[in-house]
Design a protein around this ligand. Structure first.
Ligand SMILES: [Zn+2]
Length: 217
């Protein structure tokens, strides 16, 4: 099965990507993992990407695409894969489509994790991080025994800038601006399926698998 997973920040995409890939016995391929592997492996593309990252610039599309192409050419991706974080926009989606068609194949499905914005804010803005050990707590879902104190190490808990409500709402706006055209592109291709990504992690995985299992046979 060749699938792409999309979803807003705070939708638990990384976790679902891992579970789904393991249920389907396909590799989970995320752009973050590909960047790290190329940089630590010292590949030419990795060296190129590192120059941009060291300057604080975005890695250009053509470098990302070349890395994705290399990764999808590896043996373990021949029977299928789950892409997480790529494509990020319509031009990348078009290039992916072309790449796969050169290999006489195509995407089977694009699974969208659908979560209401207020729910994302509730999830992320409730997070508190320990200054000492880095453990992440949640005021509602996983509160520490004593307010403001890490149960694990006694360290002080604080709210990361990334988790502040204004920041979360801004990231959601950016996501919507960048991703809605991508979602429409795949809807037009007739391969987009959205699932409700609220509730317990296991239930979300089950909803995803209910959609994916029939396609895997
Ligand atoms: Zn701690």
């Amino acid at each position: 099965m060749r699938l792409v997973l999309v979803g807003p920040p705070g939708a638990g995409k990384g976790t679902q990507a891992q579970f789904i890939a393991s249920h389907l016995s396909i590799p989970k391929i995320s752009t973050g993992d590909i960047f790290r592997a190329n940089v630590s492996g010292g590949t030419e593309l990795g060296k190129l990407a590192k120059q941009y990252m060291d300057r604080g610039d975005l890695v250009p599309d053509e470098v990302t695409i070349a890395m994705v192409r290399d990764r999808l050419s590896e043996d373990d991706a021949q029977e299928g894969f789950l892409l997480d974080g790529f494509p990020r926009n319509v031009p990348q989606a078009e290039i992916l489509k072309k790449m796969l068609s050169e290999w006489d194949t195509k995407l089977d499905i694009v699974l969208e994790l659908v979560v209401d914005n207020d729910e994302v804010v509730r999830r992320l803005a409730g997070r508190r991080t320990c200054r000492s050990c880095g453990k992440v707590w949640h005021l509602v879902f996983d509160p520490p025994a004593k307010e403001g104190v890490c149960d694990a190490c006694g360290g002080e808990l604080f709210q990361r800038d990334d988790d502040r409500e204004e920041t979360v709402r801004h990231r959601l706006q950016v996501y919507e601006r960048d991703t809605s055209p991508l979602v429409s592109f795949y809807a037009d291709e007739g391969i987009l399926v959205g699932i409700d990504a609220t509730g317990p992690v296991e239930e979300i995985t089950e909803r995803a698998m209910a959609v994916l299992r029939p396609l895997a046979d």
